[in-house]
Design a protein around this ligand. Structure first.
Ligand SMILES: Cc1cc2nc3c(=O)[nH]c(=O)nc-3n(C[C@H](O)[C@H](O)[C@H](O)COP(=O)(O)O)c2cc1C
Length: 223
């Protein structure tokens, strides 16, 4: 069995092809077993990370890959604040739940995964073929917030899978004081945090067994 720390970024060609917007061909087959293992089957949520730095350039690659995931009207509401320095971690510390505190302070990077409640300001640029799209949200803050939350959450999932694809591990957490974090890091009130993600190279020796997943018949139906 492949050791978790031996994982590498998935084949560069697979990643580069994602960025080739001229490429019209569709993937005709499944990605290979190694890639499936790295993204899903052997990938785990990590609480402890190796003492290994995560380069800023790699975080940028993760974000750029995750940005390719779909959002409604291409609205892309996710905003990510990477908390990396000890000083920044100290600002985050008072808002972490007790069970999440030490592991988050120790993690190489913690992403505050948030969404922009005024994401619609970018729609004239990101959804250019419909210049009325912004008006769908300007008159309805509740609709704007639901859209930002839905799509920002999806982008959080894309982000975690992109991180895995590039050889990183993640530890998502909702156990924190959301209002406190928002006031500390996003004081203008336009950005709202959703969850936190510890990022690094997971320490496989700290993992417990995989928790059971519900079966297909319990969660899905084909009608
Ligand atoms: C949105 C979200 C919030 C989570 N919040 C916490 C948390 O506050 N603290 C924690 O220890 N784990 C948290 N988890 C981790 C989950 O318990 C874990 O991902 C799940 O049990 C699956 O583990 P596995 O990936 O190792 O199979 C969270 C996961 C997600 C996706």
């Amino acid at each position: 069995m492949m050791h978790l720390t031996e994982r590498t970024a998935l084949e560069p060609t697979a990643v580069l092809n994602c960025f080739d917007i001229q490429q019209e061909t569709r993937m005709a087959s499944s990605i290979d077993a190694t890639a499936l293992d790295q993204l899903f089957r052997k990938a785990r949520t990590h609480n402890k990370f190796l003492d290994k730095e995560v380069p800023d350039g790699l975080l940028k690659q993760v974000v750029e890959l995750a940005q390719l995931g779909p959002t409604s009207a291409n609205c892309q509401p996710a905003r990510i604040l990477f908390v990396k320095t000890p000083a920044a971690k100290e600002r985050l510390k008072p808002f972490l739940s007790e069970g999440n505190r030490d592991k988050t302070i120790a993690a190489p990077v913690t992403a505050i995964f948030a969404h922009d409640l005024e994401f619609y300001e970018n729609l004239p640029r990101t959804f250019p073929h419909n210049q009325t799209a912004k008006s769908w949200f300007t008159g309805s803050p509740a609709h704007a917030e639901a859209t930002a939350f839905r799509n920002g959450t999806l982008q959080g999932a894309y982000f975690m899978l992109a991180a895995r694809a590039l050889g990183l591990d993640t530890g998502p957490m909702s156990g924190y004081n959301q209002d406190g974090v928002d006031k500390e890091f996003f004081p203008d009130g336009k950005i709202k945090s959703n969850f936190l993600i510890n990022i690094g190279y997971g320490d496989p020796s700290a993992l417990l067994g995989r928790l059971p997943r519900l079966a297909f018949d319990e969660v899905a139906k084909i009608i």
